[in-house]
Ligand binder design. Structure first.
Ligand SMILES: [Zn+2]
Length: 325
């Protein structure tokens, strides 16, 4: 059985590797600052098992993520939440990395202290600072294979464009306007991206997404290796880019209780056009609440289970075509 699983992984890796545009005579990107240490993180949310179990696997088979030009380290970020099968113990770890929180010695919650410890280890002034962070997440929304970039950093964008070029089913979501660039774990690295896959229920291990996430990780590591060796081909690439506009809450009454559900026609329609007048919510008494706006939006994180408590039913994005140089 193990042999079969390895075959399957090889197949995925082959798909990704065979179409890499490597040996060409075109100009290459010169590494301005070589990457010395890369951190792969899973279990930042304890009930997102895809990433957490990939970290478990890499701890068992470290040679698979070894590359010659940099050190690869792994982190199961929230071990107590993972053991408990919960997103977090006291608060969302992936919102604990604001500079002022990392420096606040009065904080005492589990995740606040964990964030300070992780910063102490891997932050830019830490014991073993990391140059690049690859943070692994899963979602109950139907977001397929999504690369999340938190800012317009050209290195991150070039990598995201490359990943969507290698695998056209990969979508790129820019969370820049949502605060992630300041408070997420991956904000500790000089560079970093998030891999978000779904839909996967919380606390469930899904082999398909496990293998696809693993294949992307290998493509990223190979890309970083080529970057360090000065072998990344410069290519101008048109990238479809979904940029965060705003979060939409569920309709609620004056007590804050939810009064409507995601409309069935919108469920699992992440990245699809939501036009003005399209059904958005369905109230418990059968009323359709349409999308009221002047222009089309492209919602993501539709009905994400972890976002009910945050007051988010979906995030609206703007679909843009950008050219990554
Ligand atoms: Zn997550």
């Amino acid at each position: 059985m193990l042999h079969k699983q390895d075959d399957c992984i090889m197949v995925f890796q082959d798909i990704f590797r065979t179409i890499q545009p490597l040996a060409t005579k075109e100009p290459k990107m010169k590494p301005k600052n070589k990457l010395n240490r890369v951190l792969i993180v899973g279990g930042t949310h304890g009930n997102e098992f895809t990433g957490a179990y990939l970290i478990k696997k890499f701890e068992q088979f470290p040679e698979q993520i070894h590359r010659s030009s940099f050190e690869t380290v792994t982190l199961l970020a929230n071990p107590q939440a993972f053991t408990a099968g919960r997103r977090y113990i006291n608060k969302d770890l992936n919102r604990c990395f604001l500079r002022q929180n990392l420096e606040d010695s009065t904080l005492s919650g589990y995740e606040d202290l964990l964030a300070q410890e992780i910063n102490h280890l891997f932050g830019q002034n830490g014991e073993t600072p990391v140059d690049f962070i690859l943070d692994l997440h899963s979602t109950t929304a139907n977001m397929g294979l999504t690369i999340i970039v938190d800012n317009d950093n050209p290195f991150n964008l070039q990598l995201a464009a490359y990943l969507s070029y290698v695998n056209p089913s990969v979508k790129v979501y820019s969370s820049g306007n949502s605060g992630r660039s300041h408070n997420s774990l991956r904000s500790l690295g000089r560079f970093g991206i998030c891999i978000e896959v779904g839909s996967v229920p919380q606390g469930v291990l899904n082999a398909d997404f496990f293998l696809k996430t693993e294949a992307i990780i290998h493509t990223v590591l190979d890309y970083l290796e080529l970057y360090n060796q000065g072998k990344v081909r410069l290519f101008s690439n048109n990238l479809i880019f979904y940029k965060y506009i705003e979060a939409i809450d569920y309709p609620r009454n004056e007590d804050g209780a939810i009064q409507a559900m995601i409309h069935p026609q919108l469920q699992f329609k992440d990245y699809e056009a939501l036009n003005p007048g399209d059904p958005m919510f369905l109230t418990f008494d059968g009323q359709i609440i349409p999308y009221e706006a002047n222009s089309t939006a492209y919602p993501v994180f539709i009905n994400e289970a972890a976002y009910y408590e945050k007051g988010i039913a979906m995030c609206l994005t703007e679909k843009q075509m950008i050219t990554v140089e």
